[in-house]
Design a protein around this ligand. Structure first.
Ligand code: AMP
Ligand code: ZN
Length: 469
């Protein structure tokens, strides 16, 4: 299995630290709003990486954080007149609903920054003791960037170039730095902001330290894969490397994976630019599996431009797979009893070639675009070779192969999932009852279950309306 490593700018054979096991950390979202579909790209991509690694027999320990203390969260809390925790808890819950709808499996651990302050203080203390960090007069603790000689190795920047652009590195309020390249590990409290006691001042951590600390706590000093969107390469991941390697004296992560942006009109989709669609917006129009299919239709290191045409293409692609799966289910119900024929055994050999092709594509730095092309070849093969004369055994084998490949992509295409109108109505009634009883967890569960099966709900004044995606 080859992975493109941002650190070496090469595709490298994947060799885990511990045979059979993968330790993987993916930087998660800052929770102050509903996530947009750009944020969903790394979630879907790295969930697929995880699923494929499990398919190849690895046990994957997958850690992804929620940044739940940050300027934007505090700003939103002030606007709404609530505390920061109310905001972050609300949007963590919403984010988890989106993940579930998109079939993104929960991480092994989802740590929260606010629950890991002690560990952050310990690592900062170690950095101070080793001379890699210092406390300024106002209590801010800075990382001494020049003390880490390999700084820049991930983003392939050199310190002198960075120094040349130092004006842009001068951040207001950070005027007590020894050097403009230094970055914040701990900052003093401001009025009305959440704060924790520390040996340096009451305050809160800078952003970068949380990932170094959570990765160490849940995965150990050395991990296999660290991942996130390409905007995180500099400064976030560069700073994480500096903190972790300076504190622990070991190589932090062996493979650094970064997804390219999801764009809109060829510009990065982002909350700050205001050019975004939330996952929720899209799920009002499309089955969540269409969005997942769309994300996987491009290689994760290629920019992907969001457009209605590409979503329609994704919808059609998904439909082709679903139709093949449902035909296999239907044919099996009526198939003759009996084992496969010799001719069918030979055909199954050919069908397995598509699974092999799928694996080859995924082994080549998770080329999901080519892997989906192999799935379509299998679909075509099924459409040509499975019919009412086929044996049940043959049809079952084809169905298993198709469903397995779809499942590695996290695409639920299973047959027998179609709901009758009466089933939908009954579930909607159950959801209304759950809401009335303030059992919002159950209500959300039903909404997600329906969404997964392509039923979209809309809460209107006249009651709940629904349609098939
Ligand atoms: P944030 O909440 O901005 O820290 O982002 C959470 C994750 O989403 C990070 O891994 C980002 O790199 C990623 N991300 C944000 N915007 C985009 C985008 N337009 N395309 C792809 N990834 C993105
Ligand atoms: Zn991070």
């Amino acid at each position: 299995m080859k992975i493109y490593n941002t650190l070496t700018k090469r595709k490298e054979e994947f060799v885990p630290i511990e045979p059979g096991k993968v330790r993987m950390y993916v930087c998660g979202p800052t929770v102050y709003n509903l996530i947009h579909i750009g944020n969903a790209r790394p979630m879907i991509v790295f969930d697929t990486v995880r699923r494929y690694m499990e398919h190849r027999g690895y046990e994957v320990n997958y850690v992804s954080n929620f940044t739940d203390v940050d300027d934007k969260i505090i700003k939103k809390a002030i606007e709404e007149g609530v505390d920061a925790e109310t905001i972050s808890q609300r949007y963590i819950a919403e984010c988890k609903k989106d993940m579930e709808a998109l079939n993104v499996r929960p991480a092994t651990t989802h740590p929260l920054a606010t629950q890991e302050i002690c560990g952050m203080e310990e690592m900062i203390q170690t950095l101070i003791e080793k001379g890699h960090a210092y406390v300024a007069a106002d209590g801010t603790v800075y990382f001494r960037t020049r003390s880490f000689s390999q700084y820049g190795k991930l983003s392939h920047k050199n310190l002198d170039d960075l120094e040349g652009g130092k004006r842009s590195l001068l951040v207001s309020g950070e005027d007590q730095k020894e050097d403009p390249l230094d970055f914040v590990l701990w900052k003093p409290k401001k009025e009305g902001e959440p704060a924790w006691e520390s040996p340096w001042c009451d305050g809160r951590p800078g952003w970068h330290i949380e990932c170094s600390v959570m990765s160490k706590k849940y995965l150990g000093d050395e991990i296999d894969i660290h991942a996130g969107g390409e905007d995180l390469i500099f400064p976030h991941h560069e700073n994480e490397i500096a903190q972790s390697e300076a504190a622990n004296g070991k190589t932090f992560a062996r493979y650094w994976m970064h997804n390219a942006f999801l764009n809109i009109d060829n510009k990065k989709m982002s909350k700050s630019a205001g050019n975004f669609f939330t996952v929720r917006d899209i799920l009002e129009q499309y089955d969540p599996m269409v969005l997942r299919f769309f994300m996987l239709s491009a290689h994760y290191r290629s920019p992907l431009n969001f457009s209605a045409d590409l979503m329609e293409a994704a919808k059609n692609g998904l439909e082709r797979i679903r139709t093949a799966a449902s035909n296999l289910g239907f044919l099996q119900q009526n198939a003759k009893e009996g084992n496969r024929s010799e001719a069918e055994a030979a055909l199954l050999e050919t069908a397995r070639e598509y699974a092999k092709k799928f694996d080859e594509a995924m082994d080549d730095d998770f080329n999901t675009a080519d892997a989906l092309a192999a799935v379509f070849e299998l679909v075509k093969f099924i459409n040509t070779n499975a019919d009412e004369n086929s044996s049940g055994e043959f049809l079952k084998a084809l169905e298993e192969e198709l469903l397995e490949l779809a499942d590695i992509c996290g695409l639920s295409v299973q047959t027998g999932q179609e709901l009758l109108d009466s089933d939908v109505e009954a579930l909607i009634a159950e959801r209304q009852a759950a809401r009335k009883a303030k059992n919002f967890a159950r209500a959300d569960e039903i909404r997600n279950e329906l969404q997964q099966k392509g039923i979209l709900l809309e809460d209107t004044r006249e009651g709940v309306k629904w349609k098939r995606a």
